[in-house]
Each structure stands twice: as C-alpha cells, then as structure tokens.
Design a protein around this ligand. Structure first.
Ligand code: AMP
Length: 379
C-alpha cells in the first residue's frame, strides 16, 4: 500500500515536471516549424538545412518520451522500453531468451483502436511484444501525405503501454534510410504493381515489402500481426516471407470499425467532422451491398460486373464522393482480378474512393475467404 502511494506521488510530481518540459519543447518545435515554413514560402531554401534539425528534434522528442516512460511507470508493472535506435533495438532483442516468442506489430503511429487490437492479440499469444512506430517514406508516392501524416507519439506510447507492449522501436528516417544512401537493394514484389491498389499507388508495395523486411531483420520476431484493413499488404507479406524464406509467421487480424461501419484509420482525422465524417461509411455500405449479393445464394456465380455495379450504385448516391479509384473483385490468394465469384469460392471485395480530398480504402472478405484470413475474431 505504501509503495503504491509513493508511486502515485512520484508519478504526479514527475508528470507535472515532464508536462512543463514537454509543453516547452512542443512550443519550440512549433516556432521552428513555422519559421521553416515561412522561409520556404519566402524564397528558395536549402531543404537539407530544414530537414536536418527536424530529424534531430524528433530524435530528442523520442528520447524525452522514452525517459518519461522509464521514470514514471509504476514499479508494480513492467516498464515499457522505448528503443530509439537500431543498435538499442538489437540490444533489447539480444537479451530476449532464445525460446521466448516475440510478437511484432509494425505501425506508422497516429494509433487508434485498430492498432491497439493488434497489440492486444500479440500480447495474448507471445512472451514478448514489440511494436514499431515509423512513417516509412518509401511507401509514399510524390504528392501523397508523407509530410502531413499525423504524429501523436506521446499518446501512441501510452496506447501501446496500455495494450501490454513490452518494447517500442522508434527509429528516425535517417537511421532507416541514412542520408546519401540511395538504397541499392530493395524488395520488389513482381505482380503487385499491376493490381488495383498497386496501380493507384505505384511506390506503395515496394516500399512496404522493403521496410517490413528491414524491420524483420532488426526485430527478428516469431509472429508479426497485420490488419485485414490492408488486405493486399497482408497477402503480399505472406507471400514474401514464403518466397524469401523469412522465418516470420504473418497473422491477419480483423478490421476494427466505428459503430457506423467506417474502418478506423489514422487518415480519418483528415475528414471534416461536420460534412465528411458522417457520410464516410458509404464505402463500407457499398462493399457490404456487393457482399450480400454474393452471399444471398452461396452457390450462384455472380459476375464481376454485377458486383462492381452494385457497389457503384451506392457510391454514386453521395455527392461528396469525388472519385472512385477502383472497385476490385479479387482472389483472396493473390489479389488477381476475377471475372465471376460465388460465396462458396470466396473473394476479396475492395475499393478506394476520394471523399472530398480524403482517400479512403476498405475491403470485405466474402464467403470462403473468411476462413482463410479471419483468424482472430473480436465480438
Ligand atoms: P499503419 O499504421 O496504417 O501502417 O497500420 C499499421 C497496422 O495496423 C497495419 O497492419 C494495418 O493494417 C493495421 N490497421 C490499420 N487500421 C486498422 C483497423 N481499423 N483495424 C485493424 N487493423 C488496422
């Protein structure tokens, strides 16, 4: 009881001191960012000059937060370890006993309950759980939202700590892709640049395959957990570990949705709360209508055209849907497009749309595809 009270007092004092430091740090960060933005707007700026301090600032932020987690975690609980360099992550990994299983949850941060669910599943199945937070630049194409991708490191660490994660790997961009090091080697998935999501985002799958390989080599997990939300990524990675003999088991976990069906996503914060968010579940409703058509009679073959038109008919009812990039009816084994499907044979229905200026993706597994991928059902 005494230790508990002491911890609470210690945590309150250290929280207050930390809060003051962190607020001051954020203010300096804000002022510097505004100054950099102003100088970019006025005239030509040496981009390297702007980037380098930003990287340093971020590293400092990670150090500050990792110190806070170590300083304030109650003694009665395990400590969340924050590894802010590749060397530190390798050191942590080396200290894990050889027969312990390591569950790994790679993320880009701006975490929500979808990410937390992966961490919780990993927690339930492994001796050690490692997560990573890294916004991977190589999976963004020019003109995408790399620079404005939301960053919420402090609440991310809290969420991962609450989900029972043991260690969070938070490298900087320079550590994963050192400056002046134009990567000679990368992992190039052969067929995926021609599938629909690959056509829409030409650098995406190569960037994902490369960064996941790098993370696997550093963390060396036994099992890695990915969300069905990005089903083509899951299928690619399952294929990648098989083809490249990487000893990591890829587990696909359910998509976590808001009550109205919208799949949780870090990018949902871009949606306008008043106009766009209330209608953003249109994508889910469109895919579900096509799903229901397939499942009405599981043995009836339904053509691709029927399914696409069913989804399009719903998407067209919302004037905020400014573009339908694709509606895909694909094999759950390799994401190749199918001419016809039945509930009994199974498929993946997926789509990408623009709602206002926000790109939304979603997918539904149909019939037999569920048996293959839906390993962790949440109710
Ligand atoms: P991200 O940070 O967007 O790269 O996502 C990290 C991991 O979280 C990926 O495996 C995603 O598929 C997964 N994920 C993202 N959103 C959800 C969600 N709504 N439900 C379950 N998993 C998700």
């Amino acid at each position: 009881m005494k230790i508990h009270a002491l911890n609470i007092t210690r945590n309150r004092i250290s929280d207050t001191i930390f809060g003051a430091f962190y607020a001051a740090f954020k203010l300096v960060l804000y002022l510097r960012t505004s100054a950099a933005a102003a100088s970019t707007a006025v005239g030509p700026t040496d981009l390297a000059m702007v980037k380098l301090p930003t990287e340093r600032i971020r590293r400092f932020e990670v150090m500050l937060l990792s110190h806070r987690w170590r300083a304030t975690a109650p003694c009665t609980r395990r400590l969340l370890h924050v590894a802010n360099s590749i060397e530190e992550m390798r050191k942590y990994r080396k200290n894990v006993t050889s027969n312990a299983t390591i569950g790994f949850v790679p993320t880009m941060g701006a975490l929500h309950l979808g990410h937390a669910s992966l961490a919780q599943i990993a927690r339930g199945k492994n001796d050690i759980v490692v997560a990573s937070i890294f916004v991977n630049p190589t999976q963004f194409s020019k003109g995408e939202d790399l620079d404005k991708y939301p960053k919420t490191l402090e609440s991310d660490l809290k969420m991962l700590d609450d989900a029972g994660v043991d260690c969070v790997f938070v490298p900087t961009r320079d550590m994963m892709y050192p400056p002046g090091h134009n990567s000679l080697c990368h992992v190039e998935p052969v067929q995926f640049s021609s599938i629909l999501e690959g056509k829409a985002r030409p650098d995406f799958f190569r960037g994902v395959a490369t960064i996941v390989t790098k993370l696997f080599n550093i963390v060396q997990p036994s099992i890695a957990y990915f969300g069905q939300k990005d089903i083509s990524q899951c299928i690619l990675l399952q294929r990648m570990v098989t083809d490249l003999n990487i000893p990591v088991d890829i587990q696909v976990c359910d998509t976590i949705r808001a009550e109205d069906g919208l799949a949780l996503s870090s990018r949902n914060t871009y949606l306008d709360k008043v106009t766009e968010r209330p209608v953003a579940n249109i994508l889910y409703r469109a895919l579900m209508a096509a799903h229901d058509l397939c499942m009405k009679d599981v043995n009836r073959k339904v053509t691709r055209e029927e399914l696409v038109n069913t989804a399009l008919a719903i998407l067209k009812t919302e004037k905020l849907v400014t573009n339908v990039e694709y509606v895909s009816v694909a094999s759950h084994l390799d994401m190749t497009e199918l001419d016809s499907v039945s509930g009994a044979s199974g498929c993946v229905l997926s789509s990408a749309i623009r709602l206002g200026s926000v790109r939304l993706i979603d997918n539904i597994l149909v019939g037999k595809a569920n048996d293959v991928y839906r390993l962790h059902r949440h109710t």
